[in-house]
Design a protein around this ligand. Structure first.
Ligand code: SF4
Length: 252
């Protein structure tokens, strides 16, 4: 099941919301905040308001305008399940993802209980469409409850980002999770990742049949420490959850 990708994706980010507030140690050195705050007060700049939570309804049409399938990272500069985002607005974001269904969307959150609650109501016991990948970000053992929330979502396309990995996760059941990504922190205040934290997750992924991707060690710059784990690259990608029509379109 876990295999490397042979797909040539065009990657894209789509930010119908920007800005956020911190909810855990994984947020301490938030890249999005650092980037956005550089532009606070610059008239006319998209981040003139810095990292304040801001809705951008004029961006909702973007995915429908991209005709070629893309792997779209939703809200790379925010968290779609932030408690101050109105449910009606999240509805609009999901409606776009459901209708522009030739793309794959990655929705990553730390507000896992709110995501669970939202999708349970939206899909009323039915499954989330395969092209909408729902993921949680988990930085250490103390935040493993996010994994439990994720595993309760009725979806084949569940993923976990262990980035920045700040401590050991411990033994955890990842059965039913499609993809796990591990990465160390990058930036001027990067906290180091111990190799055993990463290898522990890799071993659990192998046991539980989860595609495993090792992104980077991190450091002052993302590429500072390279991306070899135990002397190998780990490029697992869950091709099996990419809907067939999208795979066909990408191959043509
Ligand atoms: S949840 Fe994500 S976007 Fe929000 S502050 Fe934390 S790291 Fe940044």
């Amino acid at each position: 099941m876990a295999q490397n990708s042979t797909i040539e994706w065009t990657d894209a980010t789509w930010n119908p919301v920007t800005g956020c507030t911190k909810i855990g140690p994984g947020c301490d050195n938030c890249y999005a905040e650092r980037f956005a705050e550089r532009w606070r007060g610059v008239p006319g700049h998209p981040y003139e308001q810095g990292f304040d939570l801001t809705l951008w309804p004029n961006r909702l049409a973007q995915p429908a305008q991209w005709k070629k399938p893309r792997m779209i990272f939703v809200n790379s500069m925010s968290d779609l399940f932030h408690k101050e985002i109105d449910r009606s607005y999240i509805d609009r974001v999901f409606a776009v993802m459901e209708s522009a269904d030739w793309h794959v969307y990655q929705v990553l959150t730390k507000r896992s209980s709110l995501m669970l609650d939202y999708v349970e109501k939206r899909y009323a016991g039915g499954g989330v469409p395969d092209h909408i990948w729902l993921g949680v970000s988990v930085e250490d053992r103390a935040h493993r409850s996010r994994i439990e929330h994720l595993r309760r979502i009725n979806s084949r396309a569940r993923f976990i980002s262990f980035e920045p990995l700040l401590g050991p996760i411990g033994d955890v059941d990842l059965a039913g999770v499609a993809w796990a990504i591990v990465g160390g922190e990058s930036g001027p205040r990067a906290r180091p990742m111990h190799p055993s934290w990463a290898t522990e997750i890799r071993d659990i992924c192998q046991r539980d049949d989860v595609a495993f991707f090792f992104k980077q060690w991190g450091g002052a710059r993302p590429k500072s420490g390279g991306r070899l784990l135990d002397g190998e690259e780990w490029n697992g990608f869950p091709t099996h959850i990419v809907p067939e029509p999208i795979l066909d379109a990408l191959r043509s």
